[in-house]
Write a protein that binds this ligand. Sequence first.
Ligand SMILES: Cc1ncc(COP(=O)(O)O)c(C=O)c1O
Length: 417
Amino acid sequence: MLNLDFHPTGRHFLQIPGPSPVPDRILRAMSYPTIDHRGPEFAALGLRVLGKIQQVYQTTGPVIIYPASGTGAWEAALTNVCSPGDHVLMYETGHFAALWQKLAVRMGLNAEVIAMPGADAATGLPSSYRAGVQADLIEARLKADAQHAIKAVCVVHNETSTGATSDIAAVRKAIDAAGHPALLLVDTISGLGSAAYSHDAVGADVSISGSQKGLMLPPGISFHALSAKAIEAGKKASMPKAYWAWDEILEMNKTGYWPTTPNTNLLYGLNEACDMLLDPRHGGLPATFARHVRWGEGVRAAVRAWGLQIQCAESAVYSPVLTGVVMPQGVDADAVRKIIYERFDCSLGTGLGKLKGRMFRIGHLGDCNDLTLVAAVAACEMGMKLAGVALAGSGVHAAMEYFAGNPAPAVKSAAIK
Ligand SMILES: Cc1ncc(COP(=O)(O)O)c(C=O)c1O
């Protein structure tokens, strides 16, 4: 038996912004026997999860499930809707947006990057890594594209490297205001299931997600929610496609099957995860989203009390999924994380790409509660003090005050009488 737990007792605090902790209920569901993926029982499972994931996406259109991580679904989206050399417009909100652009370049696409220019005066960090997507920049760029060469606009809904949740409906409006036919491809890999998002209401064409964040599953499956326009574009696009091609998957999915071997046990887990997120006794999706907003508020109260900067500088787009904590100049954020991991058995997200060493990230997504977050904040506070970071006050106290003073709205539970 592998022993991966650094400390001998209690549970490790997995406070990275994904993979997020997998609830016991989901782990148990995943331990059901692996069944014949061409047999009758499987079709019932397939149809059930395809229906439930549509509800989580808040769409009436089809949802594709791939046995791949989020990166696979990024590639699959571009593979399905693009032709070789196509021009795509990608907005750089952070490291994940930058990685998606790099992937598009490797696929031979003409991947143009736009972003808010400049650096932030207080921290020297790139301005676009402290904000959400500026839809007006997209609108201006599309208006200048009179020939309609740009085939798709690609944006990240919840930028996991910074903690900014962009207004995707505003991006849709910008595309429409420019009178431009480009498809809207949205990465909601760390948004879905935690941050409010409706594929249909925002008017996205492809909404990409992954299992290991708000859906509270282990890594390994990823998703596309599709608009009718995306499916039509997929029929005409000429990028070579086989494994990722939507047409065969959509056809087989009608009867609950997949053309290739699906990830049966992750689908058991997905069924359970959707039941948890959609459970009307716990308030369904609206209560889930409200829970995450409240957790984010509590964690940010802690960061403010410490006198430190929140990575996302725009309060309108604070992420309900994670909070980035910027270290004072000269403090290595990874050295602080190392102390917190070794002394307090708590994993925090590292600073990625341009933010390496400058900040760490506290995840408040999925299977959390007030006390796991107070504990995570306590681990941060103790670790920062041990690392010699000067703190203005107690973040733990501020988080406790916030959570105690702002109770979650009561949700009627039929389970407890
Ligand atoms: C916003 C976002 N996009 C894409 C990815 C890449 O997904 P994966 O690592 O599952 O391939 C991640 C991973 O954390 C992410 O957070």
